[in-house]
Design a protein around this ligand. Structure first.
Ligand code: NOJ
Length: 534
């Protein structure tokens, strides 16, 4: 694996770079236009070449795909479009040979309405699995038990006429929420986690981690105020009681014990979709007894503005317990591609974004294609597949623009599928951005990303070193990592100068310049950055 000069005593998940794969969109091995596990196995050499240490897969379990895998019909199997359990075993083995670990997505907040638990729950109020879900009686006028709204729109309650009660769904009505007050549900998930751990899965990204448990008394949510995050305001109410309950921490303490009992190399990563950093930090518990990593949405959903992001990073660094470890991502399958959202498709900005991700203190997650500077793909409304984009009242185009196939080559099929196959989502601009065109070109985005990952893996400062914010002019982000590594990024439209940086330039967002000596004064062009080792 890595050839760091000074060996890190940290676990792999604190030093390695992660890569997120949306399995339907990464590589299609059987020509049906849908990516699959075997396709990923065929591309592991690429990920090893890139320098990846851990791969997070979006859900691979059987699902009617109303929410593309986030509506699980069986937690212990694989969707036939994506492969088989034997393919998973081969994937784990093939990744292990290359020094990579596999992280699966687990969706414990809700199941699919096709899951056998829910099918049974619908049969009667006394059904065996009825209480796996959140059921409530109507209020006097027959209306839903409280004011909770679904994240995907409308009431979060669906009336079930045959049994005369409402069931809760914080997402689609085909995604009924599980009742995490029920000990049987907790036991089921202990078994599910163990099932995958026993197959060699190194950990889980936990869907809706902040939301598993609901207010027992089902109190009404509070309204949003002007102080709330714009995303929270879009829902028109705070998820005061329909999510974000303190009892969720008990669940993760239990999971952490289970995970650590396997071996301390297993990890739990939370989709901790909260907007304030104090609440985010709570998911680390003492620093060693809850989640290993908690995704930082205040960072990822922030503006690509130097002062704003500095503030988030500074506070995040200060606020988490000393034993806890940060994690950074800029893009994912929900929030879109930062290359477009943050960088307006400008490769110079994209390189600065990549430099930031790969040099901050904490574990970076690269979203598939991000290493190439792949932008979001504009889609026509009749091409959309995401329920969020196609719901009748949708006011945006949903999340498909960030989920289009990986762009491997400019040929028909894009190296993703066969030339005659119809990809499940259309390709972006294959000619403009693809692996084949960039690999081997020292000035390409891909080679830039790869060289940064290499530098990071070889540098004890970058993997382990403390983060200390430095001084610079407006628009400039300067920080020191460890004893002698300085990162300076000009995140403005004007040339900017930083003083007092001496050493060898080890990475630069602009082609050339590597190994030059910085002699105290550094003039950085607009949207550029360097890593200097003193
Ligand atoms: C978060 C997932 O990332 C998203 O894709 C999904 O729609 C919701 N959770 C519901 O599972």
């Amino acid at each position: 694996m890595s050839t760091r000069r000074k060996e890190s005593a940290r676990p792999w998940w604190q030093t390695e770079v992660f890569y997120q794969i949306y399995p339907r969109s990464f590589a299609d091995s059987d020509g049906d236009g849908v990516g699959d596990i075997n396709g990923v196995i065929e591309r592991l050499d690429y990920l090893e070449w890139l320098g990846i240490g851990g791969i997070w897969f979006n859900p691979v379990m059987p699902s009617p795909n109303h929410d593309w895998g986030y509506d699980v019909a069986d937690y212990c199997d694989v969707h036939p479009d994506l492969g088989t359990l034997e393919d998973v075993d081969r994937l784990v083995g093939a990744a292990d040979k290359r020094g990579m670990k596999i992280i699966f997505d687990i969706v414990p907040n809700h199941t699919s309405d096709q899951h056998e638990w829910f099918r049974d729950a619908l049969t009667s109020r006394d059904a065996r699995y009825r209480n796996y879900y959140v059921w409530a009686d109507p209020i006097k006028d027959g209306g839903p038990p409280n004011n909770w709204l679904s994240v995907f729109g409308g009431s979060a309650w669906e009336w079930h006429e045959p049994t005369g009660q409402y069931y809760l769904h914080n997402f689609l009505d085909t995604q009924p929420d599980l009742d995490w007050w029920n000990e049987d549900v907790r036991n089921e998930f202990d078994r599910i986690l163990s099932f995958w751990f026993n197959r060699g899965i190194a950990g889980f990204r936990i869907d809706v981690a902040h939301g598993l448990i609901k207010d027992k008394a089902l109190r009404d949510n509070l309204s949003t105020t002007d102080d709330d995050h714009p995303r929270a305001r879009a829902l028109a109410q705070q998820q005061t009681y329909s999510a974000n309950r303190p009892e969720v921490h008990e669940i993760f303490k239990r999971w952490r014990k289970l995970s650590d009992a396997y071996d301390p190399q297993r990890i739990l990563i939370g989709e901790t979709f909260v907007y304030d950093l104090t609440r985010w930090a709570e998911f680390y518990g003492s620093g060693a007894d809850e989640l290993n990593l908690a995704f930082n949405f205040p960072f990822a959903l922030g503006k690509f503005d130097v002062e704003h992001l500095k503030q988030v990073v500074r506070t995040s660094d200060e606020i988490i317990p000393p034993e806890a470890w940060p994690v950074w991502m800029a893009s994912n399958h929900d929030i879109g591609r930062a290359m477009t959202r943050w960088c307006n498709d400008d490769p110079a900005r994209g390189r600065v974004m990549m430099m930031l991700l790969l040099t901050l203190r904490g574990s970076p997650f690269v979203y598939y294609g991000e290493e190439l500077g792949m932008p979001a793909t504009p889609l026509e409304s009749d091409q959309l597949k995401d329920p969020v984009g196609i719901r009748p009242w949708a006011d945006d185009e949903g999340r498909d623009a960030a989920r289009t196939p990986m762009q491997w080559s400019p040929e028909p099929g894009g190296g993703f599928t066969t030339a005659d196959a119809e990809p499940w989502l259309p390709f972006g601009d294959l000619d403009a951005v693809n692996v084949e065109g960039q690999r081997g070109d020292p000035d390409s985005f891909l080679e830039f990303t790869r060289s940064l990952i290499r530098l990071r893996r070889q540098s004890f400062d970058l993997t382990d070193g403390a983060y200390v914010e430095g001084k610079g002019p407006a628009g400039m982000w300067v920080f020191k990592r460890g004893e002698k590594t300085v990162v300076a990024m000009n995140m403005s439209d004007d040339i900017a100068t930083v003083q007092g940086v001496e050493g060898t330039v080890r990475a630069s967002t602009t082609p050339g310049g590597i190994d030059e000596h910085a002699q105290g004064r550094l003039d950085l062009p607009p949207w550029s950055g360097v890593v200097v080792v003193e």
